[in-house]
Design a protein around this ligand. Structure first.
Ligand SMILES: *[C@@H]1O[C@H](CO)[C@@H](O)[C@H](O)[C@H]1NC(C)=O
Ligand SMILES: *[C@@H]1O[C@H](CO)[C@@H](O)[C@H](O)[C@H]1NC(C)=O
Ligand SMILES: *[C@@H]1O[C@H](CO)[C@@H](O)[C@H](O)[C@H]1NC(C)=O
Ligand SMILES: *[C@@H]1O[C@H](CO)[C@@H](O)[C@H](O)[C@H]1NC(C)=O
Length: 449
């Protein structure tokens, strides 16, 4: 056990208040050894309990003060002091692992997955849905046992839950064409750059995105979006009606997405995509995504629960790329959003969206720490992640297949770039090209399955 002291003695105008703990000077100390940062689980439980006890004592203390309804400024100060000292340990109670409340949340999450899986089972029963339901029932039993026994299975449980959730998402009825358009699932090769061009505005615009309208059978439209204001915000998108115009930087039209780059509908970060003449992007300074239909000039918004923003979970691998918390992608007939949540420990979460309604239809949770990759893109329902090799080379090293829930860690698909930093990578299912915003340069590649 670690040294733990909660000393609360208050010499006040009325009388001393005492709560359980050891009495010391005219002060209140809640002392926790810094050795807990070594992280062994046995100690963890101790510290967790300590924080819990300390808080319980505080609550009692607070209650006593309130019940007596006396003015005790010194007590208030004491309370503040303890609260401040406890602050660094708050994560122990909020990281979702260590108390009964979280077990209850776990159970609720399990129930939710169970109902998803059982819907899927009712609609189209299969061996997979059947196995999944069995496993979910087992998992529920395990959680019930956890109430009584070892709390530290909880972490393993969370991981199991994540896998079960992914399988339930995959079992959900997905339109036939979603599965059928991609036979050979995993990408095998990326060409040398087939386009290399400086963006049409300025070499100083090192962050943004570019590409071609990603909807099948849509008009051939190329687009370019540069971020201003500290490479953070934007409110216009440059549109070209042909590849020739794009290459010559002529006959473009600057479409306005929002009245200014600090407007609530402005763009934040470089995760932008164009699909069906509609710009999908992270809305200004919130954990929401926006869609702006250029045809109708209508904006829609959708909240992403728990998504980290403002450089909480940016793409990092080599050096962190600011304002890359939320990455929009498109393939075949869906738009995807890639982000990370605290609940998934900063690992990548990928949600499939209905682009017309702008709502989430599926959500998978991966084991890939978002800060450990440079960029991501989606092809045929497979999420790919890249890492920095050198200034002039990047490599696809990871894939997560949403139709099987499988993670592949053994990929090695290198490709060239002209500068170190990647602001955006997106795949276009129409021409099967990969588009990259490489510092101020616009690059494209052919891909092969
Ligand atoms: C108690 O107070 C004295 C004088 O203020 C100080 O020297 C001593 O270190 C304090 N003891 C503890 C345990 O905080
Ligand atoms: C990848 O493409 C390049 C260029 O077309 C070719 O030289 C190489 O052999 C291909 N590699 C594989 C594994 O297909
Ligand atoms: C954008 O608006 C056009 C015209 O109403 C519509 O056909 C298209 O489906 C819309 N696209 C999206 C993604 O909202
Ligand atoms: C998406 O929105 C449509 C229309 O509001 C609704 O019918 C559908 O059930 C929603 N889907 C989900 C998964 O929320």
């Amino acid at each position: 056990m670690l040294p733990y002291l909660l000393v609360l003695t208050v010499t006040a105008t009325v009388q001393a208040q005492r709560v359980p703990g050891e009495q010391r000077n005219d002060s209140c100390v809640c002392k926790l050894s810094s050795s807990i940062w070594a992280f062994p689980t046995v100690k963890f439980e101790g510290v967790s309990n300590q924080v819990q006890t300390c808080e319980d004592n505080l609550i009692q203390f607070h209650k006593k003060v309130k019940d007596r309804n006396v003015q005790l400024p010194k007590m208030e100060l004491t309370l503040k002091d303890i609260t401040a000292r406890l602050k660094p340990f708050e994560y122990l109670n909020t990281n979702g692992l260590y108390n009964a409340l979280h077990l209850r949340q776990l159970m609720e999450e399990l129930d939710e997955i169970y109902s998803t899986a059982s819907d899927a089972h009712k609609k189209s029963p299969s061996k997979e849905t059947n196995d999944l339901l069995k496993e979910l029932t087992r998992a529920k039993k395990d959680v019930q046992n956890m109430y009584k026994s070892n709390v530290f299975n909880l972490e393993t449980m969370k991981s199991r839950l994540r896998d079960l959730n992914n399988r339930a998402q995959t079992c959900k009825t997905i339109p036939e064409d979603f599965r059928s358009t991609c036979h050979q699932r995993i990408m095998s090769n990326i060409s040398s750059p087939v386009v290399t061009k400086l963006n049409s505005i300025s070499k100083s615009y090192i962050s943004g995105a570019w590409g071609r309208d990603a909807k099948q059978n849509s008009k051939e439209r190329y687009w370019e979006h540069c971020l201003v204001s500290g490479h953070k915000h934007g409110n216009t998108i440059r549109m070209y009606n042909s590849y020739e115009d794009f290459m010559a930087s002529k006959n473009y039209k600057d479409e306005s997405i929002a009245p200014s780059y600090s407007h609530t509908n402005a763009v934040q970060g470089s995760g932008t995509i164009l699909y069906d003449n509609t710009v999908f992007y992270q809305c200004y300074s919130t954990a929401e995504i926006c869609s702006f239909n250029i045809t109708t000039q209508a904006t829609k918004r959708l909240k992403l629960d728990d998504a980290g923003i403002d450089n909480k979970f940016p793409f990092c691998y080599y050096s962190c790329r600011d304002w890359t918390d939320i990455d929009l992608e498109a393939d075949q007939d869906a738009v995807w959003v890639i982000y990370a949540t605290e609940e998934n420990y900063g690992n990548i979460v990928v949600s499939r969206l209905n682009p017309l309604e702008l709502n989430i239809t599926h959500t998978w949770k991966t084991h890939l720490f978002k800060r450990s990759v440079t960029s991501t893109f989606m092809v045929c329902g497979v999420l790919y992640a890249t890492r920095y090799v050198s200034t002039y080379q990047e490599e696809v090293f990871y894939a997560f297949d949403t139709t099987t829930g499988q993670e592949i860690n053994t990929l090695s698909l290198p490709f060239e770039k002209v500068s170190a930093g990647i602001a955006n990578l997106n795949y276009n299912p129409v021409d099967r090209k990969l588009y990259m915003y490489n510092d101020a340069y616009l690059l494209a590649y052919n891909t092969f399955n």
